[in-house]
Design a protein around this ligand. Sequence first.
Ligand code: ZN
Length: 210
Amino acid sequence: MTASRERSVKLIPEGPKGTIAASKKPSRSEVEAAFRTIIRWTGDDPDRDGLNETPARVTRAFEEYFAGYAQDPAQILRKTFEETDGYDEMIVLSGIPFESHCEHHMAPIIGRAWVAYVPTGRVVGISKLARVVEVFARRLQIQEKMTAQIANTIQEVLEPHGVGVVIKATHGCMTARGVRKHGTMLHTSRMLGSFRDNAMTRQEFLAMID
Ligand code: ZN
């Protein structure tokens, strides 16, 4: 490991940024009680048969939706492989499906991500790129921030020649509420290093996106 790699790895915080300590989190029964209150507020009866178990189920579902707070995305990328026989071309994982939730309405964001990088001697297991997408998706998000977070993390940890991330997603806050525009899709991208500076690299990547 070179000195510059060690330095950059140390800049990454040990725990996930912007999260609260486990000891300060509300208990499961407090969360279930909150969902009971919400059901009552809609006008329904949380004690009727069909809704009896709902607060517990929704709490478990939320645990899944927001599992990304307990994971450090930088840690996922730490294990790399250097025996690549000099492979130095673009690596692209395309169309990674994800489900996230917008931080303004907690409405679903459903989409796909394209993640690419040009390695400098070492590569990461391909499933790890999908896991980084997953960790950031399983937090309250806006798509622009999620796109940048994925690209920045790969750039900081792997130190490749460049990183490209494109996300296309539909937003529940636009389709199910508010302006109710079905079929609209938000496209975001973040290009770093050679993907930002070299038009051919960027085009090669963008041509793979359908
Ligand atoms: Zn929203």
